[in-house]
Design a protein around this ligand. Structure first.
Ligand SMILES: Cc1cc2nc3c(=O)[nH]c(=O)nc-3n(C[C@H](O)[C@H](O)[C@H](O)COP(=O)(O)OP(=O)(O)OC[C@H]3O[C@@H](n4cnc5c(N)ncnc54)[C@H](O)[C@@H]3O)c2cc1C
Length: 493
């Protein structure tokens, strides 16, 4: 029987990102997908700031920026949200097709030794104290792979979730979104055009020269899952809401979706984990789903690696659920609020008027925008320092190798103890195999932290491979450092 350390079910953005993370940590991975090949379809059309930062941490962002379009397209319930004064190197959205993101991640996973095995659906598993036997179907019959862990990144209808007996609870669809990628004979004047009309909204976004993504939302209709939608039907719905069809023709893809919102009741069942759409589905309001899945993967990857390398150090794995379930729940919550605010009628109109006024206040715009971009996430890593548990800022540094940035230090996905401005005191004795120590001078006196403001650059910061702060000190001392190392990276050796 084939053996490996981690089996990933699902070669979408979540499974691909997880494969990259695990291979960077030199974990053996088998990445399976039930489809015969990649479809090339793109549900998602954009990345938010925190996902861009994470991809930057792994050196994967520049290619995507070259193939995408930087734009201020953020919104909350179709009320524009400007991110341009947010404290990040990427205070905007990146309009880039999901298929392009998948191609980039696929290339990286393959380079690192974990290509997707197509036509290989996970069909069953049995777990025991030492590992898990994963049953894989396919044209050549069923085979088994023995692993330590199985991660279901197999989308909203996740087989892994169902086989693990994990409930998927939430609310049913109340409306329908319809999408068509088309060419337009009479395009609108603006490349990003959206309006609200009668029983719905519509938008036309130019994704690449020559073709547009048209979306129409109907609040007076719930299309059953699996129902077909032809191009002609889409055109009729669009015309009815928009009053025009912009001369649409040559459809590449037509689909529909609803606002059902569901979340897995647990993200872990023994040796089985869920990530991405397998763990949560919601309406694509604000474009958050793919971002959420990629960030789930980056949260889980290093923890699986540490658990595998830390002499079966298992505790860190439970923090995956405690950290990411809350983040997922918040996205479901905000997408429900957004669809409610987009309903037709006088009540929603009044709500939108008030919300629109409030968004003009910087404090409201920041609160909503930081939530949508996920720049404000704070995990419980103990300590009341403003950086504790937050993403580390991407400060400019001078280090032994020359000028660098904090995120460039994270390229190899290793934990880092960053000692700044001459601080030599804290060390990682007992964890030196698991944590790298980097000494550097910060080129600024203060770092800007989203949702917090400017803070003095600390004396030392222990950075998890996902870029979140596990321990931080303004003193040239190591108080609390051994405890933080033990919590996150296992017992000292
Ligand atoms: C219209 C629309 C617009 C959207 N726009 C955005 C946006 O702008 N921004 C954003 O962030 N998100 C957006 N999303 C959401 C985003 O597309 C999803 O959240 C994202 O695709 C989830 O990625 P995933 O890898 O978790 O799951 P998926 O992309 O669903 O991938 C799951 C994979 O698992 C495979 N699989 C299924 N069963 C098995 C099995 N038994 N064994 C092995 N493999 C299996 C499937 O073949 C598939 O390849 C949008 C969604 C929709 C519907």
């Amino acid at each position: 029987m084939e053996t490996t350390e981690v089996v990933i079910a699902g070669g979408g953005p979540t499974g691909l990102m997880l494969a990259v993370e695990l291979r960077l940590a030199e974990v053996d991975v088998v990445l399976l997908d039930g489809l015969p090949e990649r479809t090339g379809e793109s549900r998602a059309g954009g990345l938010h700031a925190r996902t861009m930062e994470i991809l930057d941490q792994r050196g994967l962002l520049d290619d995507l920026i070259a193939r995408g379009r930087v734009m201020q397209a953020g919104h909350f319930g179709a009320l524009p949200l400007d991110f341009s004064d947010f404290d990040t190197r990427h205070p905007h959205m990146l309009a880039v097709l999901q298929s392009v993101v998948e191609r980039e991640l696929d290339h990286q996973a393959t380079e690192l030794g974990a290509p997707v095995r197509w036509a290989s659906p996970v069909a069953g598993f049995t777990q025991d104290a030492n590992g898990i036997d994963v049953e894989v179907g396919g044209p050549d019959g069923t085979r088994r792979i023995r692993a330590k862990y199985l991660v279901g990144c197999d989308g909203g209808r996740s087989t892994v979730r169902k086989l693990a007996g994990i409930g998927f609870t939430g609310t049913d669809a109340t409306m329908t979104g319809m999408l068509a990628d088309v060419e337009l004979a009479e395009p609108p004047a603006e490349p990003f055009f959206g309006r609200r009309r009668g029983a719905g909204d519509f938008s036309a976004v130019q994704f690449e020269p020559g073709w547009y993504r048209l979306v129409v939302q109907r609040h007076d209709l719930v299309m059953p899952r699996g129902a077909t939608l032809t191009f002609e039907e889409f055109r009729d719905h669009f015309r009815e809401i928009a009053g025009t069809d912009f001369g649409m023709h040559s459809p590449r893809w037509v689909t529909h979706y609803g606002d059902a919102s569901r979340q897995a009741e647990r993200y872990r069942e023994g040796r089985v984990f869920l990530a991405g759409d397998a763990a949560h589905i919601h309406y694509p309001a604000g474009g958050q789903g793919q971002n959420l899945g990629v960030q789930d993967a980056v949260n889980l990857g290093w923890k699986l690696a540490i658990a595998l390398r830390g002499n079966d150090f298992d505790e860190v794995l439970n923090t995956y659920e405690s950290e990411r379930l809350a983040v997922g729940a918040r996205v479901l919550h905000n997408t429900r609020a957004q669809t409610a605010a987009q309903r037709p009628g006088a009540h929603a109109e009044a709500l939108r008027d008030i919300l629109g006024d409030l968004i003009d206040l910087d404090v409201v715009r920041h609160r909503l925008g930081l939530m949508i971009t996920a720049l404000d996430i704070r995990y419980d890593t103990k300590g009341d320092h403003p950086l504790a548990g937050r993403r580390v800022p991407d400060g400019d540094l001078s280090a032994a190798g020359g000028e660098t940035r904090v995120y460039e230090l994270l390229r190899s996905a290793r934990p880092i103890l960053l000692r700044l401005n001459g601080n030599r005191i804290p060390s990682v004795d007992g964890w030196q195999d698991r944590v790298d120590v980097v000494d550097a001078l910060a080129r600024d006196e203060r770092w800007a932290v989203p949702g917090v403001g400017d803070i003095a650059v600390p004396a030392a910061v222990l950075i998890r491979p996902d870029g979140y702060v596990a321990w931080v000190s303004d003193e040239f001392g190591a108080e609390g450092l051994p405890e933080a190392l033990g919590t996150w990276f296992g017992p000292a050796v």
